[in-house]
Ligand binder design. Structure first.
Ligand SMILES: [Zn+2]
Length: 401
């Protein structure tokens, strides 16, 4: 399959973005009584879905600023609603002036583009000139009303703390797929792929953090009874559920340690140096960057892949220098707990090289290519693989065999 790189949206290639759902007047209210009786049967275990690899450190201060726009009273509402999480989570949202040069989270109050947020620490991979959290105040406040507006802001800041949609809980909802697709195709500007990723995607059991499904979570979309095969409907959840409070305080504990800590790493944006080595008959790639890890043992794959001048990966059938059918080179490194490693520091001996022999590049001499570099964290204990950082690209250069 021919696979194209979207260089125009490099920053969004790896960072996942999740939306809030638009308000629908009068939806699902009839099923509320059924749900409440069900809720009583739930266990008291913490529940919910979180991406543990993109959680902030417990006790972290996360800086937030507003992009230009939004009245002071709207901004004050956002600040107050975001800070609801601080009652239960050992985390601090520090709202800083608009002219702050560097922040973790950037909020845009606008009249379009829905309500969405980048997940947890993936915010750090978004350019400082872009926002990480969008709030359409026309759709989600003026039209939907104060209660839904408040719930939407809380929901989006839940994503910014690493929470995922509760409907992604494995087996949580028995969807009637044609009805769901048909509804969203007609009532939103989402295509099938977006409907899948925002509504229908089911995450690995691992991300439940050992919890039960929580239909009352503020991270759960409302669901019409027509959407499900068993006729179960879910009303709009306007408040943090007990499950939300228990989960967020287990992920960001005010005392003791986090449940299910996993290896987490942070990387700086690399500078990529490419050397065409006639003696060794190939291309050597040297990324320069810093990597820090938390207290868990992990491993990282460093991957360099070639991209042609039309932004397509280069197909190969060779046994080596082949990653999923495309010309690439990769290297795996064990990352010890609490590491702080500089790769390819100027003046020091190179400690990370990715090499691709010319004989494995099925292109003519003088063909124009660029190198794509990215990293995948490997949590061998839990058998999870997560892309970290962004994807980085060199300028085009000519292959000179
Ligand atoms: Zn959402």
């Amino acid at each position: 399959m021919k696979m194209r790189v979207l260089l125009t949206s490099i920053l969004f290639l790896s960072a996942s973005v999740l939306y809030a759902q638009k308000h629908l007047p009068g939806s699902c209210a009839t099923k509320l009584a059924d749900l409440m009786s069900k809720d009583k049967m739930d266990t008291t275990k913490p529940r919910g879905m979180a991406d543990n690899y993109y959680l902030w450190d417990p006790g972290a201060t996360v800086s937030v600023k507003f992009m230009p726009g939004g009245s002071q009273s709207l901004r004050n509402e956002v600040i107050n609603y975001a800070k609801l999480w601080e009652q239960y989570a050992n985390i601090k949202f520090k709202f800083v002036p608009d002219n702050a040069a560097v922040t973790n989270i950037r909020v845009k109050l606008t009249d379009n583009d829905g309500a969405w947020s980048t997940i947890g620490t993936q915010c750090n991979d978004v350019s400082q000139s872009e926002h990480t959290l969008n709030l359409d105040t026309v759709d989600f406040k003026q039209r939907a009303g104060a209660a839904y507006w408040r719930a939407t802001v809380v929901h989006e800041f839940g994503h910014s703390l690493g929470l995922m949609h509760e409907q992604s809980y494995p087996g949580g909802i028995k969807w009637n797929l044609p009805v769901v697709y048909n509804y969203y195709l007609n009532h939103s500007d989402w295509d099938s792929a977006m409907i899948y990723s925002q509504v229908l995607k089911v995450n690995d059991e691992f991300y439940t953090n050992g919890t039960a499904y929580d239909s009352k979570s503020i991270m759960q979309y409302w669901v019409r009874k027509e959407f499900t095969l068993d006729g179960v409907a879910i009303d709009e959840n306007l408040e943090l559920s007990n499950g939300d409070k228990i989960l967020i305080s287990a992920l960001y504990p005010k005392a003791g340690t986090r449940i299910m800590e996993v290896p987490r790493i942070t990387v700086t944006s690399p500078v990529l140096k490419v050397q065409q080595n006639k003696l060794r008959d190939g291309i050597a790639i040297y990324p320069t960057f810093n990597l820090k890890s938390n207290s868990k043992l992990g491993a990282v794959y460093f991957i360099a892949r070639l991209v042609d001048e039309n932004n397509y990966y280069i197909p190969t059938t060779a046994e080596k220098y082949n990653l999923n059918g495309y010309v690439a080179s990769y290297s795996r490194a064990i990352i010890l707990p609490n590491s702080n490693v500089n790769y390819n520091t100027t003046g020091a001996k190179a400690n990370l090289e990715l090499f691709i022999p010319y004989s494995y590049i099925p292109l003519s001499n003088d063909a124009k290519v660029r190198v794509e570099f990215y990293m995948i964290l490997s949590d061998d204990v839990n058998k999870q693989y997560k892309e970290v950082g962004s994807r980085y690209y060199t300028q085009l250069f000519n292959i000179s065999k």
